[in-house]
Design a binder for this molecule. Structure first.
Ligand code: PRP
Length: 221
């Protein structure tokens, strides 16, 4: 453990698109630390006065840190929670970072029905979510797990299709990919370790309430 201080609240933030909006929201209530940045070389960024510390993780690893209690709480996309299905409490839909998980294909390979794509190769960062989707739809596909730049796979013949997140749709458009099916809608979620939620209930509950209030204010303005 990085800190034996049981009064310290450890907050995990994911690298990537959700980092800044998540850090900004927490900072509104004083949950921040000097030098907190996505590109920080420091792995643990501490605010002694507030008794909080931040760790910045790869998005897919974040639920594991929270499940094991290495972080008490974290902010992460629902897409990652669906893929990782870890034993954590999901306390709040933070309503930002909206994106959708979808199945896409190069325009030239477009077919009529979903079943017409059976047995093709699908590249994705979300193999479990993809597998479940194909199972539910009764089609068998070959899934190829990648860790990023998924759109590259159909361009170079590694796979015919992709399952990936779409936010603005720009990446799909630039790579001439068409959406074939919608798997899930995802937003950022506030999660907590089950034991931490009991042991540090007051602090975690207060944070959730503050963030919920902010959300309500934002939705009214
Ligand atoms: C995600 C996703 C797409 C892109 C979609 O990648 O994998 O590539 O964002 O966003 P858009 O619809 O707004 O274009 P990310 O930037 O998280 O990095 P990655 O490719 O390394 O996974």
């Amino acid at each position: 453990m990085t800190s034996p201080d049981k009064d310290m609240l450890t907050i995990a933030l994911p690298k990537g698109k959700l980092f800044q909006p998540a850090a900004d929201r927490l900072a509104r209530f004083g949950y921040t630390a000097e030098g907190l940045s996505e590109n920080s070389r420091k792995l643990v960024i501490v605010n002694e006065t507030k008794k909080i510390q931040f760790i910045i993780t790869k998005p897919m690893d974040l639920p594991t840190y929270v499940e094991y209690g290495a972080a008490d709480i974290g902010i992460i996309g629902k897409d990652v929670l669906l893929e990782e299905s870890k034993d954590v409490y999901e306390l709040l839909d933070m309503k930002f970072g909206l994106c959708r998980l979808m199945l896409a294909v190069p325009a030239a390979l477009r077919r009529e029905k979903l079943s017409d794509y059976a047995h093709l190769r699908v590249a994705t960062k979300y193999p479990r979510v993809a597998e479940q989707f194909f199972l539910n739809n009764g089609i068998q596909m070959e899934i190829i797990k990648l860790n990023g730049s998924i759109e590259l796979a159909p361009m170079v013949g590694l796979a015919e299709m992709i399952v990936d997140i779409v936010e603005t749709g720009r990446t799909l458009k630039e790579n001439h990919l068409l959406e074939v099916a919608h798997l899930h809608r995802a937003t950022a979620r506030f999660i907590a370790n089950r034991v931490s939620f009991k042991m540090k209930f007051e602090r975690i509950h207060q944070m959730v309430e503050e963030l919920r209030t902010l959300q309500e204010e934002e939705s009214q303005s």
